[in-house]
Design a binder for this molecule. Structure first.
Ligand code: HEC
Length: 131
């Protein structure tokens, strides 16, 4: 009798821990992605993509003239990114999309926000135009 009660207590305790752990992991590891943009939407490189890199020098603090890993400053960014950092066949494999993605481990410097990364992916899906 006593042993059974202890066993039940243990089971309840263990499942409580399990529930708490799964909740917090889901919350921390998997933020809800923004809804995919409408395929009818248009996107402009100069108005929506280039400013991501220059915004408060987020990327251009390093990625500027003379930096071996690409100059992303206004006017230079397009030629630094297209075609070498783009994969038009499999847009998700484009280096400019995944390298500094918030869930990427390869770029130890500043990351893109999820919304910024998704915008870049959408721009590539629309053909990575210089518009
Ligand atoms: C503090 C300096 C610094 C900042 C800020 C920075 N980067 Fe980088 N970036 C680097 C360095 C150093 C490398 C090469 C080593 C590496 O991949 O981490 C690199 C590499 C890259 C590459 C790979 C280029 C290639 O030719 O393989 C991409 C893409 C990239 N960065 C994107 C970004 C984006 C987008 C931002 C802004 C969100 C950014 N970086 C901000 C320093 C920086």
């Amino acid at each position: 009798m006593f042993k059974t009660k202890r066993y039940l207590n243990f089971l309840m305790f263990a499942s409580l821990i399990g529930i708490l752990a799964s909740c917090s992991y889901d919350f921390i590891e998997y933020p809800a992605p923004p809804p995919p943009p409408d395929p009818e939407d248009t996107i402009s490189f100069s108005l929506q993509i280039e400013p991501i890199f220059n915004n408060n020098d987020k990327c251009t603090a390093c990625h500027k003239e003379g930096f071996a890993k690409g100059n992303f400053t206004t006017g230079a960014a397009y030629n630094a990114i297209v075609p070498s950092l783009i994969n038009l066949t499999v847009p998700e494999e484009s280096i400019i999309y995944w390298h500094a993605h918030p869930s990427s481990d390869v770029h130890t410097q500043k990351k893109l926000s999820l919304a910024e990364a998704d915008l870049i992916l959408f721009w590539i899906q629309k053909g990575a135009l210089n518009n």
